[in-house]
Design a protein around this ligand. Structure first.
Ligand code: ADP
Ligand code: MG
Length: 465
């Protein structure tokens, strides 16, 4: 490590220290060590998986921002999990256990070494996402079986493309990357590319801007297995869809495997071209549902084992009974309970768990009224379909209901203008502001209308329970 990295890191730490409580700083920042800073990627060593997850969920943006300030440029941040001493042999397994988020995988992804090194950023697989670590239950069994079949013989099953869909935090990315990890393990020579749809789009746009369309095409053309995450992001992005369509066809015709995920079925994706939807539908579509109680317990147990945590059964039971909809929240809750206990030096007890979960549930109640709940309620109230509201119609009643959704989402859901616009069929954030203001004005002018809005609000609240 050279001096300048140390200096950048020192100055960044000073910044961080000023903006968070001392004990938090000591708990999460003092043990970090900068490793390298190349090609815009700043790498930091963290002591263990637990520490990694905590930083990743709570402080990553903050660290990126202070680093950017020091470097005066865009940077990417990468955490490496420090190897424990006995692992210096670096056998097949050591890599998995102690260096979960290591970038070494990326060399495998493009077996030709540095040729594509500048692309490595977008194609990392997380070693933790394996089939073994994926707890199976009635909610996801079929998806897991299909994913495994694809991973065993990519391109040689009837499941091409394989589309995995389901709500957020239910394990789509996990399964997608598990396929990639297994293929790389079994056939190190296969070229596996994992990309989020957002990344695909950003790269595509920058390729156009920099006159590098050929290189962009070449990268994807080389894939034996292309994994594309969250394709709902392609909604309303016409030229990106067009480009993806070509990429898709080329790979498909050459017998390469494609797996995609989405948060809805292709039919429910708005503003995605028909021909692309029909491509998606030509393979196999599998869904993931929220886990049942037994699966939730099994997931918590697995997570506890992986992180070497001992958590009493009654507490697992309590978490599983209270956090029901989403695996990410389930894991997050456990991480929080553990963090709380280690920061306050108290044992993990049921009352501690109750306190932490109570906090989480009250945050949920106060903030996380979902866009979906609002959309549903407004549609019902005005006797319209959700699709009409999201769609392109300019019929007065529909446009009006749409503006109410904009207004309430802005007020109640805590989503950004951009997100609201995106969910409303890919509208611009200025349209959302305009809609919000129009309704705000009307509420102030008309008592009766204000009552309508209050009624809708109450119903949205009701939707939550
Ligand atoms: P999605 O992509 O559907 O939003 P993720 O794949 O990111 O969800 O999953 C969120 C978290 O929950 C990840 O840490 C993932 O490992 C974990 N997870 C989800 N489903 C399972 C499962 N069946 N078994 C174990 N962990 C799971
Ligand atoms: Mg995901």
């Amino acid at each position: 490590m050279n001096d300048s990295i140390a200096k950048i890191w020192d100055l960044s730490l000073k910044d961080i220290k000023q903006s968070i409580p001392e004990h938090t700083y000591q708990a999460w920042f003092e043990s970090l060590q900068p490793v390298s800073f190349d090609n815009g990627i700043f790498k930091i060593n963290v002591p263990n998986t637990f520490h990694f997850e905590w930083l990743e969920t709570n402080y990553k943006d903050m660290i990126v921002n202070v680093l950017k300030k020091q470097v005066k440029d865009d940077i990417q941040l990468q955490f490496l999990i420090k190897k424990v001493e006995e692992d210096d042999v670096n056998d097949q397994d050591g890599n998995d256990l102690n260096n979960n988020y290591n970038t070494s995988r990326t060399n495998n992804i493009f077996p030709h070494g540095n040729e594509y090194s500048d692309r490595n950023k977008c194609i990392q697989l997380n070693n933790r996402y394996t089939f073994d670590n994926f707890v199976e239950g009635p909610n996801n069994q079929f998806s897991k079986v299909a994913s495994r079949a694809v991973a065993e013989s990519p391109g040689n099953t009837a499941f091409n493309p394989l589309l995995i869909y389901g709500g957020t935090g239910l394990g789509k990315t996990h399964l997608l990357q598990a396929i990639g990890n297994m293929v790389i393990n079994d056939n190190p020579n296969k070229v596996v590319i994992y990309v989020s749809s957002e990344k695909f789009m950003v790269d595509f746009i920058s390729a156009i801007r920099n006159n590098k369309m050929n290189e962009f095409g070449d990268i994807y053309r080389k894939a034996d297995l292309l994994l594309v995450d969250d394709i709902q992001f392609f909604e309303s992005k016409e030229s990106t869809q067009e480009q993806f369509f070509h990429t898709f066809n080329e790979l498909y015709q050459n017998g390469k495997q494609i797996v995609i995920t989405a948060d809805r079925t292709p039919k429910e994706l708005h503003a995605i071209e028909e021909r692309l939807v029909s491509r998606f539908l030509s393979g196999l579509m599998v869904d993931i549902q929220p886990p049942d109680y037994e699966s939730r317990i099994a997931i918590l147990q697995k997570k506890a084992n992986m992180d070497d945590l001992l958590i009493p059964e009654e507490i697992l039971d309590f978490i599983a009974k209270n956090i029901t909809s989403n695996v990410r929240e389930l894991e997050g809750t456990m991480t929080r309970i553990f963090a709380y206990s280690s920061l306050t030096h108290t044992d993990i007890t049921l009352s501690l768990a109750k306190k932490v979960i109570g906090d989480i549930l009250s945050i949920k109640k106060n903030n996380v009224i979902s866009f979906e709940a609002i959309l549903k309620t407004v549609a019902e109230y005005y006797n319209l379909s959700e699709n009409e509201i999201i769609g392109k119609s300019r019929v007065k009643e529909i446009a009006f209901a749409r503006q109410i959704v904009m207004y309430l989402s802005r007020k109640l859901s805590g989503s950004s203008l951009k997100t609201i616009g995106m969910k409303l069929g890919g509208r611009d954030h200025t349209t959302v502001i305009h809609g919000h203001n129009a309704i705000d004005k009307k509420i102030k002018k008309e008592k009766k209308f204000k009552k309508d809005i209050d009624t809708i609000k109450n119903q949205v609240d009701f939707e939550l329970y």
